[in-house]
Design a protein around this ligand. Structure first.
Ligand SMILES: C[S@@+](CC[C@H](N)C(=O)[O-])C[C@H]1O[C@@H](n2cnc3c(N)ncnc32)[C@H](O)[C@@H]1O
Length: 211
């Protein structure tokens, strides 16, 4: 029996248009709402993420931790400014396969790539800096991985750290206390809902202040 991710990809191939990210996201939203739950960033929080990506400068580099089926990779990839790139990090091999096929179907493989591995292993191998980091993997890893990003100098003045699922259902205190109190970030919470439900969720958007 196919798993949720393969079924979602099959649904995309049957109902969405190749090289059309909007129709692919819409097919995934349809699947998540009407077939099986998908832990995508989804149609309410997604546009906030796309707006932040779209506001970055030419050649911006974006990092995503946690890719699942590739919904947010397609969203970010289609919002990137000219010359921009997205590097996704995903620990689960089956999700990597599905996300790569989703990105290929969306026609975004030229500037979106998925690295297979655990964030704590991959982060120290990265170089340069990222204009935006999307945190959307397991929630207890947000703080340690943010500390690792800082330690490896992968953030620079003005880098945006966009954290999904920091609403009350996700026990986000440790992460939120850190970004709000450490003094390195200008940070704000946006109230929202868990994708495809009416349960409260939130995102925290934090701007890194290097000084
Ligand atoms: C909420 S889903 C990501 C959803 C995706 N960002 C989207 O909006 O379409 C979380 C993903 O994080 C992955 N993950 C969990 N821990 C990880 C880690 N340490 N490194 C990389 N990926 C991880 C899981 O396998 C899962 O696919």
């Amino acid at each position: 029996m196919p798993d949720t991710r393969s079924s979602a990809l099959a649904h995309v191939r049957q109902t969405a248009t190749r090289n059309d990210p909007v129709s692919i996201l819409s097919a995934l939203d349809d699947y998540g709402m009407n077939h099986e739950f998908l832990m995508n960033v989804g149609p309410e929080k997604g546009p906030l993420l796309a707006a932040r990506v779209g506001a970055l400068g030419k050649g911006a580099r974006v990092l995503e931790l946690g890719c699942f089926c590739g919904y947010s990779a397609v969203l970010i990839g289609s919002a990137l400014p000219e010359g921009g790139t997205l590097t996704g990090v995903e620990v689960d091999a089956d999700s990597v396969q599905v996300a790569r096929q989703m990105i290929d179907y969306a026609g975004l493989s030229n500037h979106v790539s998925i690295v297979h591995g655990a964030s704590d292993v991959i982060i120290p191998t990265l170089s340069g800096s990222f204009e935006l980091v999307f945190l959307d993997h397991w929630k207890d890893l947000y703080k340690p991985d943010l500390l690792a990003l800082e330690h490896h100098q992968l953030l620079k003045e003005g880098s945006v750290v966009f954290a999904d699922n920091v609403g009350p259902a996700f026990n986000p205190k440790e992460y939120l206390d850190y970004v709000r109190q450490c003094g390195h970030y200008d940070t704000e919470y946006h109230r929202s809902h868990i994708e495809y439900t009416d349960r409260e969720d939130g995102i925290e958007i934090s701007i890194f202040r290097a000084g």
